[in-house]
Design a binder for this molecule. Structure first.
Ligand SMILES: O=C(O)CCC(=O)C(=O)O
Ligand SMILES: [Fe+2]
Length: 199
């Protein structure tokens, strides 16, 4: 399926709900869940260290170090699986990426709080390509307090095999989150391909 624009002011968001077939998505889920060295990292929140409510991993080109929510992340090398997925994402988006952040939401109790991926090393208008595997979860978008347009929040259901692309002023004008859910959901694995450094 093609990438289709999600109509939002002051944002450049595209979604392909079926970037991967169900069988491809399932096979990537199995492979990545079992071969990635998942870490459970602390995060600095208002000056205090708390554990992140999910598992993470960071892979990329040597030297693509990245500060993320108070952590300095040194990338692990690309694995053949991540290289293959990166190539497929680059072909669909026409963009190039030197790193990928992986998040494993073990259950509905794992989540990602409101944030924008606006770290300086991503540059002023970063393109971030997000592939989802496993259980579908809600992905919420809301205007950034003060900087965002007057628009209600929006919820996208990111199902297995979907590709979401955020570019342009999306990070400058909007925030996004993956809230907890009380529904019984299985694990969800998300990969966000990024280009860091030299902006
Ligand atoms: O899991 C998702 O869909 C979002 C991940 C995300 O926002 C991030 O890694 O910055
Ligand atoms: Fe994000």
């Amino acid at each position: 399926m093609p990438l289709t624009p999600v109509p939002l002011p002051a944002a450049d968001v595209l979604l392909d709900p079926a970037f991967l077939s169900a069988a491809e998505a399932e096979s990537w889920l199995q492979e990545l869940t079992s071969t990635i060295a998942w870490r459970h990292e602390p995060i600095k929140l208002f000056g205090r260290e708390v554990m992140q409510p999910r598992l993470t991993a960071w892979h990329g080109d040597a030297g693509a170090a990245y500060r993320y929510s108070g952590l300095l992340l040194e990338p692990q090398p690309w694995t053949p699986a991540l290289q293959a997925l990166r190539q497929q994402v680059e072909e669909s988006t026409g963009a190039s990426f030197n790193s990928v952040l992986l998040n494993l939401y073990r259950s509905g109790q794992d989540s990602m709080g409101w944030h924008a991926d606006d770290e300086p090393e991503l540059g002023p208008e970063p393109i971030i390509a997000s592939v989802s595997l496993g259980s579908a979860r809600r992905f919420r978008l809301r205007p950034r307090p003060a900087a965002g347009p007057a628009h209600p929040p929006l919820t996208l259901e990111l199902a297995a095999g979907s590709l979401l692309v955020m570019g342009g002023t999306t990070q400058r004008c909007w925030q996004h989150a993956v809230p907890k859910t009380a529904q019984a959901v299985g694990p969800r694995l998300n990969l966000t391909f990024r280009r860091v450094g030299n902006h």
